[in-house]
Design a protein around this ligand. Structure first.
Ligand SMILES: C[S@@+](CC[C@H](N)C(=O)[O-])C[C@H]1O[C@@H](n2cnc3c(N)ncnc32)[C@H](O)[C@@H]1O
Length: 335
């Protein structure tokens, strides 16, 4: 883990948007019932989280980490989104990234969350596809419970992206998690804001390459996450993505990401505005060491869908209306 960066260092979006409702089940999926109930726990956990007031948010023990995560997502979006782009936000949560997409002047936004496991998202979203850019922030690891789910998630992304389209995301860094586990005395490790716990079946701390899916651990992050997650070995993620015509462009642990992009003046200014490391003036508050350790557990990735991008100008979807689907229109993501 590298040192904390020492840099001294917004209203709703106006892009037309379509958001599919949360609350769907995970039934009808191959796999055992235990795996289904873990997936259900993930769904229930996120569905149950209530909206916080600004005051509650600011008093969160991980407020600076949340701001840092927002900065990382904003940097990814600014690096890859272009005006007029058609955006698919998979596992969009409550739409917290909309303003970031709006700032990038995208033309059209579709957000999807909580889904049945095996369904064909490409069939449901055929009217909206192809997308120029797909984003899956802090969620792809929930698809790694079985090979079928992982494949379906990647198949969905690939089918919905145009040739040359970009897939950006963030997820836990398996290398760091396994390293931390091996360094710890038992099967649990953490600090004042998080803990991760592996089951007794991993007592030897061995993770054979022959069983790369379904490696479950419990993750607790104060004021944010408390549910099962699955290890995503990145080398396998890369290989599997290639099978779906998605080529790796970038992969960086968050610490490396922060150190690299904080060198760029436009992103330094952005982190000041977001307040992750204080505002460089009166606000001297900054990420705690424990929050900075949590950020080391994550990585950012960028993949590109193979094929030649169209030479046509980007379609202007800006005249498309806002569309929100209700809970009755529960949709499927394959995660
Ligand atoms: C940590 S939150 C991230 C939300 C949002 N992307 C963000 O960055 O703020 C993880 C999200 O993944 C969603 N999720 C988990 N499993 C899912 C699935 N199978 N299909 C769709 N969404 C899922 C949850 O409902 C939750 O909103």
């Amino acid at each position: 883990m590298s040192k904390r960066p020492r840099v001294d260092p917004s209203s709703f979006a106006s892009a037309p948007k379509r958001q599919y409702g949360a609350g769907g089940g995970y039934g009808g999926q191959q796999g055992c019932s235990e795996e289904r109930s873990s997936a259900r726990r993930v769904a229930d956990h996120y569905s149950a989280r209530s909206n916080q007031t600004l005051q509650e948010r600011e008093s969160s023990p991980i407020i600076h980490l949340k701001k840092l995560n927002n900065w990382i997502k904003s940097v990814l979006i600014q690096l890859y989104a272009r005006p007029g782009h058609c955006v698919l936000d998979l596992a969009c949560g409550k739409g917290g990234d909309l303003i970031k997409w709006d700032k990038a002047n995208v033309g059209y936004y579709v957000g999807v969350d909580i889904a049945e496991g095996s369904a064909r998202l490409d069939e449901y979203l055929y009217e909206d596809a192809p997308f120029d850019i797909c984003s899956c922030q802090f969620a792809l690891h929930y698809s790694w419970s079985t090979e079928a789910r992982a494949r379906q998630a990647l198949a969905n992304v690939s089918a919905l992206l145009r040739p040359g389209g970009i897939f950006i995301g963030t997820m836990p860094d398996a290398n760091v998690i396994i390293k931390r586990l091996r360094e710890s005395e038992g099967l649990e490790f953490g600090n004042s804001v998080y803990w991760i716990s592996f089951g007794e079946e991993y007592a030897e701390k061995k993770f054979p390459a022959s069983r790369p899916f379904g490696t479950k651990y419990k993750f607790h992050l104060e004021d944010a996450v408390d549910c099962p997650e699955w290890v995503v070995p990145f080398h396998l993620f890369k290989l599997l993505a290639e099978e779906y015509d998605l080529e790796l462009v970038l992969m960086k642990n968050f610490h490396e990401f922060v150190h690299e992009y904080l060198q760029k003046p436009e992103f330094t200014e952005l982190i000041r505005r977001l307040g992750a490391l204080g505002d460089g003036r009166q606000d001297q508050s900054t990420l705690s060491q424990d929050e900075w350790e949590v950020s080391y557990l994550y990585l950012a990735f960028v993949l590109r869908k193979q094929g030649q991008p169209s030479t046509q100008p980007i379609a202007n979807n800006a005249n498309k209306g806002k569309m929100f689907l209700t809970e009755g229109d529960i949709e499927f993501l394959g995660m």
